[in-house]
Design a protein around this ligand. Sequence first.
Ligand code: GDP
Ligand code: MG
Length: 611
Amino acid sequence: MTPPGSARSAGAPSADPTPVEGPPPGTGAHTGAPPLVAPRVPTAFSPALAGAAEVVRLVRSLADSQGRDDLVEQLDRIRAQLAVESVPVLVVGGAGQGKSSVVNALVGAGVCAVGATDTTATPTVVSHALAYDGALVIDPAAAGRPEPLLRRVPFTEAVGLATQALNPDNAWGLRAIQLAVPSPALARGLTLIDTPPLRELWEPDGVRLLQAMSGVAAVVLVTSAGSELSSGELDLLRVASSLCHRLYVVVNGTNVFADWRSVVAANRSLLDRRGISAKVLAVAATPYWGDAGGVPPGPDAGMQALAAELDAAVVLDTEHQRISTALVEAFWAADRLRMRLWAEQSLITEDGPLDETTVLLRDAARHAQVLCGPTAHWHELLTQSVQQLRKDVEADLDADVAGLRADVDNVLLALEAGHDWPRLHLSLHTRFADRVLHTQRVRKLAMRALCRHVAEQFQADWSEIVASLDLASEAHALLDPRLDREVAALPRSLADLPRPPAGAASLPGDQSGVPLPTRARADYERWLSATETFLRNDTEATLTRVGEEMERRCQDRGIELQRTIVEVLTTLNVLRHLTPEVVLQRHEEIESDLAQLRTLDFQLKVAPPAG
Ligand SMILES: Nc1nc2c(ncn2[C@@H]2O[C@H](COP(=O)(O)OP(=O)(O)O)[C@@H](O)[C@H]2O)c(=O)[nH]1
Ligand SMILES: [Mg+2]
């Protein structure tokens, strides 16, 4: 979902502009109005991303001073990828457990309606902005369009429509409400998604929620400290854990329920027994902000721990993955600059035999050229390995589909024996999700191994060329061209997985007279075949993508190597014609550039570790 702030330019006029310093709209006493004065919040900013961007900027300025427009362009692209991005966290749970209260306490303002009469009617996406603002995402059906419609509305109106009172059973047909909220808690991209109470997982809203889970950075289940996790909550967590790898259980109400510690302990052991990996935190999500605002996450130690957890384990962790990728690229660009400088320096200082060096470099350039082509050893290995893996994976897929079929048959047998339909349906849903995830995981491991294998071969081919150039012996990227990282991409989002047939949701209420197991069989057959098609297409697409990506990576590295060698050759030709004074001056310039690159080394070392 697009955060409201990014859907328009910063200064766009609003129907009801709410300036930062002005009074924000009240949302009723029960919800707690947003503070009168918005807290002083910087524009979206992350220290970790900014630190990495600074390192990239330094390499860029060196590339610029050497007239390397190609590297400048590449580094600009890398820097653009280090902008603050939305990190969505989905807050789910049953009615009245305190989901909206937790969201409010995290941002330090009453932006989500809270209370028995003001239950949340529509998913509410709360993200960072400099001023309070709102937008509605209108369902395609309600909007009479093929695509959901985004309409900007004043903050108050958006807040009102999030409630059951003003938008009973979501009569407005809203997919989501977007709230832009100035809060320091959100400035690094954290986006909190408050949701309506969940009744049944197999209802359309439940299915939609499950789909959302596979695309978010974390799922937070809010549950009351008054009692331990219900079987419904455990079912939800079970499915959530297969869709999202960061899962939190927030036990709310430590201020009301004296016995909360034993509830927390009981919840932990329930999760253990079900094999669900989720961190349990206990909070009191009470309002602590006044009319003039409050500083999140407020005085409650539990809320502080939750905010710190989201900050470090979710936002920072997400950032580190991006930083690591960007720094690897920046490192490579720095090495290309460095290699040329070293080459130049050694050529200037040592009165070596230029002709001999020229012959050596020409040979290396030719070998580097071969390294980029289809006759290179690594390339042949890649082609063979992809072919082999395709065969293996197809055989595995047949087994996976047979497993899914057995799951369906078991459920149908139980259904004929008169077992409870909704439970069976949910268990089938879970089995499907588990099997698809398992298949994707196994496949990912196989692709990783393939990439590692090819990278090793590439490295061997590469080292032969680089070893002949003692000029290059100190360059980092030249010794380790880092090919296998990020190539074995994550499996595609489970959001693409075929949903259970729509008819299944209304199975028990069907008036057609056809017995339930018969109707269910037809529906589940369709689901099974859609899932099989998905798995086959997804496997083929992933395999093709990984193969192409690996080929591109190796070729790009080969081209970089070849270019760098040609650059050094050109330099050599220029040097032949220089006067001693010019050579000396050039030597001093190079010394200073190399010194700057050494500070860069230092910065790369102190920068956050690779994820
Ligand atoms: N005393 C107390 N009440 C709370 C706390 N958290 C939530 N509530 C109350 O519980 C009710 C439901 O909260 P709400 O956030 O709307 O729950 P939701 O339906 O899960 O979004 C409201 O009346 C809140 O005021 C808490 O930590 N302490
Ligand atoms: Mg709510």
